[in-house]
Design a protein around this ligand. Structure first.
Ligand code: AMP
Length: 395
């Protein structure tokens, strides 16, 4: 695996694909800078070597040159985090950008405008990739969040840097940590899959069944499994068209010797609201007019027990609607159990947008082994797919 540590950047311009797709508030301030922080080690490595950085990223999904998606809103935050002045160029290709990146000096940082102002970016257009490629001497991909896309700046561009391309520090550590779960895991291995829908997690579940000993299923998706087995789920979230699939997963898990742990009770509510009436119900007898929005106390005990016995833990998706206080306890309890187990030597990997948000909300980020910055990218790696952004560097 070729990383930035295999190069000296002295006198070189590093063209770095970062993932600065960060959330902004109404006044265009960055509300979560995790992704900028995550790119810092690579940027610092280049600068300390005596090189310069040309940063390129997308932000949101602009349909045209909409100012709310301009990367200029990020300049102050990047300067704060990196501690170096950032020169912003209001285009990512063209004369102005070219002149600036030709004249860049060691120690300097240029931030190019949103790549997705050009539809060629997501189309993986080769000409566009070539126009981007002139901005650097060495190409670094450090954008794990978009590594599962074959876009111009994440994959196609690498062709223009034979022998002069590598993984950034973030991308390399993402690969290393996910591979730890996939190929070097200590047993027993437990995967916890939660969140809203079975449909978005099915690929991962099927791929990891070969590698795990326990599968904990929580969140909204658990109800599709409960109903498929004949349970009464009231108004809980159920994907009727995925019930057969749920049964197939259970069957497949059984055949592979994986123990599946579904919730046995739930916190139910009479409305999808933080101020709804709530009570505890057994998982398979939820009355009409009520919906399960968190796992219940018995399930918490059961899951905690499994987590304490695990040596490798993979967590994707919250166990309940953790954004609302009355339905957060399942996710908090699980997070705390994972932290305890990690303290006792287990390796824990947390990933997928909402579990990361949960881990952050409950201040557990530094207490698990690794928090992945990529949602879709992590899921696709766990599904066993080769990501285009990773492959492009290997080729
Ligand atoms: P996902 O993006 O699929 O991981 O889903 C995360 C979302 O699932 C979070 O916003 C949670 O609020 C939501 N969620 C978790 N448990 C439930 C539930 N029992 N019913 C409805 N939504 C849920």
């Amino acid at each position: 695996m070729k990383t930035v540590n295999d190069f000296s950047f002295e006198g070189k311009r590093a063209l770095i694909r970062v993932d600065f797709n960060v959330p902004l508030n109404d006044t265009f301030e960055v509300t979560d800078n995790t992704r900028i922080e995550a790119a810092k080690p690579t940027i610092i490595k280049v600068l300390e070597d005596g090189g310069s950085c040309v940063l390129m990223s997308h932000l949101g999904r602009p349909s045209s040159r909409e100012d709310r998606f301009s990367l200029r809103h990020l300049v102050a935050e990047i300067e704060n985090i990196i501690g170096v002045e950032v020169m912003f160029i209001s285009d990512c290709i063209g004369d102005e950008a070219l002149l600036a990146t030709q004249q860049i000096q060691p120690g300097e940082i240029i931030l190019l405008e949103n790549l997705r102002y050009y539809k060629e970016e997501t189309k993986g257009d080769k000409n566009f990739a070539e126009k981007l490629s002139v901005h650097g001497d060495i190409y670094i991909n450090d954008a794990f969040g978009t590594a599962h896309r074959a876009h111009a700046s994440t994959a196609i561009i690498a062709d223009f840097f034979p022998d002069r391309k590598c993984y950034g520090i973030l991308l390399a550590s993402e690969i290393e940590n996910i591979n730890k779960v996939l190929y070097q895991s200590k047993k027993p291995v437990t995967a916890i899959v939660g969140g809203a829908k079975v449909s978005s997690k099915i690929g991962v579940i099927l791929n990891i069944l070969d590698k795990i000993d326990h599968l904990i299923i929580g969140g909204g998706m658990a109800f599709t499994f409960i109903k498929a087995q004949g349970g009464m789920t009231g108004g809980s979230l159920v994907e009727e068209d995925k019930m057969n699939l749920a049964l197939e997963i259970l069957e497949s898990a059984k055949n592979k010797g994986v123990t599946v742990h579904l919730p046995v009770d739930a916190i139910i509510a009479d409305a999808f609201s933080g101020s709804a009436n709530t009570t505890i119900s057994s998982i398979d007898s939820i009355p009409d007019g009520w919906m399960g929005l968190d796992v219940g106390p018995e399930s918490n005990d059961l899951f905690t027990d499994v987590i304490y016995k695990s040596k490798t833990i993979l967590w994707n998706g919250p166990l309940g609607v953790f954004e609302m206080n009355p339905f957060a306890l399942g996710t908090i309890t699980l997070g705390n159990a994972i932290v305890e187990s990690t303290k006792n030597g287990a390796f824990s990997l947390v990933g997928g947008g909402d579990s990361v948000a949960a881990v952050k909300k409950f201040n557990l980020t530094d207490k698990v082994s690794y928090v992945s910055t990529g949602g879709g990218a992590m899921l696709e790696m766990l599904e066993g797919k080769t990501l285009p952004g990773i492959k492009a560097i290997e080729d």
